[in-house]
Design a protein around this ligand. Sequence first.
Ligand SMILES: Nc1ncnc2c1ncn2[C@@H]1O[C@H](COP(=O)(O)OP(=O)(O)O)[C@@H](O)[C@H]1O
Ligand SMILES: [Mg+2]
Length: 267
Amino acid sequence: MSDEGPAAELPLAGGRTTSGVVRVGDTVRRPVRAWTASVHAVLRHLEQAGLDGVPRVLGLDDDGREVLTYLEGDTVGDALPWPGWVTSDAVLADVGRWLRRLHDATADFVPAPGSVWFAARGWEPGLVVGHHDAAPYNAVCRNGHLVGFVDWDGAGPSSREFDLAYAALTWVPLLAPGSAWPVAVPAPAEAHRRLHLLLDAYGYDGDRSAAGRAVGARARRGAEVTRQLADGGDPVFAALRGQADDLDRAAQRAEEQPPSFWQPSGG
Ligand SMILES: Nc1ncnc2c1ncn2[C@@H]1O[C@H](COP(=O)(O)OP(=O)(O)O)[C@@H](O)[C@H]1O
Ligand SMILES: [Mg+2]
């Protein structure tokens, strides 16, 4: 209608940070950070590659925020307990297939010199781009299937295993019992089954014990980054110190798994 004012800004729930992410019509507005330009190059590459389930970059708004397309679907938001799709085998397999498409689509991505990333390693030949935070709290689902992932702030150069590791930690999940996590930690046999469902859906034909080592490394890195930001006075990350402890315990648990845990049944 012609007499409508500017579209309303609707706060979006489910972020782990008080980052001021809002929805405006079919768009999302997010604050620009040091790595935003580098991440936009990734998102544009994915648009070119035709990977769906990825917010498209529309530019910056008058307030200097990034403008992305809104992915229609269900998110966990503030729901507790988390919705059933978080633990469904169907979505777990979708996550594996979607990560495979992300990694394949970025195998030929070469970041501009001087690219800045949140916490990712520097690019070198052979790396792909990982989302690095492809967890239930950043997933969008529709009709019981994964649409894709939002919140690309952590994206950057990665090995395939390192990015898969965070999905394994948060979707299987491979956390330690007693972690502050909205989903129960499965017993070892069920964790084994779901881990290899994820890796099979990815089509992971590498050495699965290497994938296992990546789980420990990814969990330790997450703990380290969280503590560094907390020590630097970031109030959001100060509140996440407990999560850093959970990640360290997840790393220890991964490192203590028998070798058979990382091998598919009969493999
Ligand atoms: N492009 C998007 N499409 C749909 N929902 C989004 C989009 N971006 C963010 N959201 C929703 O807003 C929540 C918070 O945004 P997110 O980008 O994850 O910020 P934070 O850094 O706070 O985690 C997400 O968990 C999701 O529910
Ligand atoms: Mg988020």
